[in-house]
Design a binder for this molecule. Sequence first.
Ligand code: BEZ
Ligand code: FE
Length: 276
Amino acid sequence: MRNLNQDTITQAVIERFSHTPDPRLKEIMTSLVQHLHAFAREVRLTEEEWFQGIQFLTDTGHITDDKRQEFILLSDTLGLSMLTVAMNNDKPAGCTESTVFGPFFVESAPEYKNGDDVANGATGLPCQVRGTVKGLDGTPVPNARMNVWQADAEGNYDVQYADLAHAQARGVLHADDQGRFHFKTILAEAYPIPSDGPVGRMLKATANHPWRPAHLHFMIEAPGYQRLITHVFRNRDQYLDSDVVFGVRQSLVADWEQQPDGSYLLEYDFVLNPEK
Ligand code: BEZ
Ligand code: FE
């Protein structure tokens, strides 16, 4: 295989991967090469632009560590995360829709009981959240395990504070035997995704803002049901139609009602999809 040129190189690379033993890996590699080459041809990529792309990915790797996941941010802001979620979570009507996971989930968050305050000192206006976890036929799902997490009033998740020793505004709760849950937390507010790295530079260069509309994250697990990863978004937020990571679904938008004492109340029910 010599003297490859711009007309013959794509097929040569595809043939190089044609002996891949795993058929799915072979399919992915073949399609990746085809689309990558087609992209370079379509924009007539210059050598300087190719190198800028390499530099961008290098910077994305360098800023990534166990606290900062710039590759997820890149996937999110290119709409790839939401596309993957949408393709893989086609559920019957009536089920709670899924949205992006985001980079701020933490395994083994503190465990709380129904009624507890998961804020644990996080800044923000007081808020209560309550609802029921149900199946598609409306019957309650007992004892679902619920991870909740959110940003504070400054727009930061606890993991973004280098000197914070304990979890804030996140926790694990269990719905009761009637599927009911309730907990205290802080009011969800809009916040910008981290924009001091290469993804922030990309957003700036393309005249896009880095903001997400106010939301509260949930991951809900119960035996016999598919795991649900979603958020509830705050109605009337100014960024609902321009979420930087394309995650908003109308069925996930809800009112946080202000109460006479100034605190807020979110009531939201979740409908899980039975496992196949
Ligand atoms: C989040 O909602 O936590 C999030 C999602 C995508 C990118 C950055 C943050
Ligand atoms: Fe978030």
